[in-house]
Design a protein around this ligand. Structure first.
Ligand code: F6P
Length: 362
């Protein structure tokens, strides 16, 4: 039995821990061979296919190391691969054939909703036997309470809120922290509650500047001359516009909303504001204990799904145990924050503002 393994999409803490778990279970538990594919589908596009044998001794130290020893990519969709003339070409047949060139009997793909849906398309086209493991700091994969990497990212964002609190209080400033999360506000919501933010802005709850400033001013009136605002990167601008910029490859990226919110608060309240963009710090470093547990449990379960011949499934975390769901259902759409979520209610109960408390009085 020859099992392939790849990590795909943006990296996050816990990927090496999942690689360790898959290899340990496959090699020691089932006596299989494991081939790690480098740089996700890029490795399958190369000829010879870019892969390496994974042995237990080679992955032993992975539990607490960030990043991924296999490398990853969140660019180069094989179905719309960038071509030299600036256009796009379909390279999916070559990528799908890479699986067979390696003589794989099954593949475990670790990825977010985008990567898992691409892998599933390739599996259908190429006759692969695929099992998926969800990972993303954004925690936007459906049917799982946690994806690998989310908890570690929240820990980093929470520490940032803690650190901003002390300097905000010392200088009587309004500190705006912009966090990642793509189209969902899970990181902002969770870190905002964990860190005791005063305002949390997430894309799922439309805000008004008037409501944000009312919160800042209410705190001032009660003698607290500083505020902490946590804003998710995909929150729209005060006029409802999407705030993005183009990277060197011409791809649209979120970024800049924090600065905009900070400027508006300053103009409207006269408060001194500062902005911190946490960025990729949220993806690096050692995984949290929960992410290590999750990665270990997901890795073992995924290998056992392969052993049971149950494919086209994604492992998921529910009520403190691992279950499996159809990949197609998990990636059908991304999991946004439910504005009626228990954590939103908790935050409101603590007096944290979401910016929707009063009507727009611009
Ligand atoms: O999906 C993970 C994520 O970190 C998002 O939160 C963020 O918007 C994006 O990836 C950043 O991508 P890149 O690594 O290409 O800058």
């Amino acid at each position: 039995m020859r099992l392939g393994l790849l990590t795909s999409g943006g990296d996050c803490a816990g990927l090496n821990a999942v690689i360790r778990a898959v290899v340990t279970r496959a090699v020691l538990g089932h006596g299989w061979q494991v081939l790690g594919i480098r740089q996700a589908t890029h490795g399958l596009l190369s000829r010879p296919v870019d892969a390496l044998p994974l042995r237990t001794e080679g992955v032993a130290g992975g539990l607490n190391h960030g990043g991924t020893l296999l490398g990853t990519t969140n660019r180069g969709n094989p179905f719309a691969y960038p071509s030299k003339d600036g256009g796009q070409t379909d390279r999916s047949e070559v990528v799908a054939a890479g699986y067979h060139e390696l003589g794989l009997d099954a593949l475990i793909g670790v990825g977010g909703d985008g990567s898992l849906s691409i892998l599933r398309r390739l599996a259908t086209q190429g006759g692969w036997k695929l099992v998926g493991i969800p990972k993303t700091i954004d925690n936007d994969v459906r049917h799982t309470e946690h994806a690998i990497g989310f908890n570690s990212a929240v820990a980093i964002a929470t520490e940032a809120v803690d650190r901003l609190h002390v300097t905000a209080a010392s200088h009587s400033r309004v500190m705006v922290l912009e966090v990642m999360g793509r189209d969902a506000g899970h990181i902002a919501l969770t870190a905002g509650v964990a860190g005791g933010a005063d305002v949390i802005l997430i894309p799922e709850i439309p805000y008004t500047m008037a409501a944000i400033c009312a919160k800042v001013e209410q705190r001032r009136r009660t003698g607290r001359n500083f505020s902490i605002v946590v804003v998710a990167e995909s929150v729209r601008g005060p006029g409802g516009e999407t705030i993005t910029y183009k990277d060197a490859h011409g791809q649209s990226r979120y970024g800049g909303i924090g600065e905009m919110i900070a400027r508006e608060i300053g103009l409207r309240t006269g408060a001194e504001t500062r902005i911190t963009v946490l960025g990729h710090v949220q993806r690096g470093g050692s995984p949290s204990p929960l992410d290590r547990v999750l990665a270990s449990a997901f890795g073992v379960y995924a290998v056992d799904l392969v052993a049971a011949g149950r494919f086209d499934r994604m492992v998921a975390w529910r009520n403190r145990r691992v279950v499996d769901v159809p990949i197609a259902e998990a990636v059908a759409q991304f999991q946004a924050v439910d504005p009626d979520d228990a954590l939103v209610h908790t935050a409101r109960g603590l007096g944290i503002a979401f910016g929707d408390e009063i009507e727009d009085r611009r």
